[in-house]
Design a protein around this ligand. Structure first.
Ligand SMILES: [Zn+2]
Length: 224
């Protein structure tokens, strides 16, 4: 991380994160370099409450819009419109987060969604769980997983190299930012917006981290 920050500093005069004044214990630990990975944060059961923590740990994080909805509601002062935007963030190397932001204007709604996605950042595993492939590279998922959000669910199955992302647009957006190239998917349920499908895809990815693959059982002591 220190190398990256040095490089950044030479490119632009100042890193805006130098002016960041952490408000949480975790924020201080990260800024001072005592914690330098998301894995350590999860292991210690910390909640990320400042998006700058994620900016420090993952300077190369990318983001994409999953869904944009215009919400209208009647109030005393007339009809009010507000944007409800879902954003997914990831680095293509095992971290992913999804967040929803609401605001009367488009740009603040995106900013809010981006911040929330960062606060929700979590880990998942990539791999090659396809018995037709077995190349051992991280182009797909290690095993089949299922994710849920609201009334929708999605099943993701490892696929051999060259399969591509067999899924509709929302799934492609999430999987692309996750750095996964080949996967089969089955979607169930209906949703008025794409937001829940996006969340179900992220939930499915996160299952790869929660569930240990069988080959790691003996190492973790599960099989003993
Ligand atoms: Zn493979």
């Amino acid at each position: 991380m220190s190398k990256r920050r040095k490089r950044r500093r030479s490119r632009q005069d100042r890193n805006p994160l130098d002016d960041w004044d952490p408000k949480t214990h975790l924020g201080h630990m990260v800024k001072e370099g005592h914690i330098s990975s998301l894995e350590a944060i999860i292991e210690e059961n910390y909640n990320i409450r400042e998006s700058e923590i994620v900016d420090v740990l993952f300077p190369d994080l990318r983001q994409e819009i999953v869904d944009v909805s215009l919400v209208q509601r009647q109030s005393d002062s007339g009809q009010q419109k507000s944007f409800r935007i879902t954003v997914v963030v990831g680095n293509g190397e095992g971290v992913i987060g999804i967040g929803i932001g609401k605001a009367p204007e488009f740009v603040p709604a995106i900013r809010s969604a981006e911040t929330r996605a960062k606060l929700n950042l979590t880990m998942f595993r990539r791999g090659c769980g396809s018995w037709e492939c077995r190349c051992g590279e991280e182009h797909s998922l290690p095993f089949q997983v299922q994710g849920h959000a609201g009334s929708v669910s999605v099943t993701l199955r490892p696929a051999p190299k060259g399969t591509g992302l067999v899924t509709a647009d929302v799934g492609k957006t999430v999987l692309r930012i996750a750095g996964i190239k080949d996967v089969w998917s089955i979607r169930k349920g209906r949703s008025r917006t794409s937001s829940n499908f996006g969340k179900a895809f992220v939930d499915a990815l996160v299952q790869t981290f929660k569930m240990l693959p069988p080959q790691e059982w003996s190492m973790s002591g599960v099989g003993e």
